[in-house]
Structure formats: C-alpha cells, structure tokens
Design a protein around this ligand. Sequence first.
Ligand SMILES: [Cu+2]
Length: 155
Amino acid sequence: MIRRLSAIFVLLLAAIGPAQAAAPLEVREAWIVEAPPGASVQAAYMQLHNGGTASLTVTAATSPAFASVELHRTVHEGPMARMEKLPGLPLAPGESVSLAPGGLHLMLIAPRQRLSEGETVPLELHLDSGAAVSIEAVVRRTAMPADAHHGHHHH
Ligand SMILES: [Cu+2]
C-alpha cells in the first residue's frame, strides 16, 4: 500500500515538473561568428519570439564554452560604432526580436577553446521568471565588421 502511494506521488511530480519549467520563449537560427585565433570575444546572433501570453525578459545568458556572456547592443554614432551592455531584453507577448550583426547580440567573453566553423555550442538563456531555455548555436565563418572590432573592453 505504501509502495503504491509513493509510486503515484512520483508520477505526479514528473507531470508537474516539466510544465513549471516550460518557457514561452522560442529561439531560432542561433549562430556564433567564428573568431580568429586569440580573440577574446565572439558575437552570437539569433531570432527570439515570445510565444506566450505574458511579457518576459531575457536577463542573462551562460555557456560552458565561455567564461561569461553579456547582452549587448551596437550603437552607431556617426562613423563610429560602440557596444553597450544591456541589463535585460524584454519581449511583449507575441513579439519577435532579431539579434543580428550591427545591432543586438550576445557577447561571448573569453572562449575556453577556439571554436571552428560547423561546431555547435550550448547556450542557456535565463528569464526573469526563473526559467531557462537551452539552445545550441552553430559556429559560422563570416566577415563581421561591426561587432568584432577591437575598441571594446570587458575589464
Ligand atoms: Cu558586444
């Protein structure tokens, strides 16, 4: 009798757990710019969509392949471009946001090893709700003037 009750309890936990962890954030086309040897930062881009009925905010990101990850925006001031760190990226219900070259990006700081074209890198996006969304970004080779310049310091 006791054994049967505990089996039911385990089933209930299994049913409740994933539902609470689910996040309405949809992530597509995540990719990372292949960096030259010795580069200290790399940019990641992706399409974000809030498929839920409530607002959400991406508050942080992490990756086991990098020491830290920041949310950045490239700001153009005349001929100059600089990057600023954002505290979070809010998405209204149904809203889509592009992280794309020359604009919003994830700044991947201090790679633990050099990543080659075609490799996939796990990333985790953390939301204000406490949920996290795990994605994989593929490394691509491309010319990237705006977000990979050297006038940017992380110390
Ligand atoms: Cu940046």
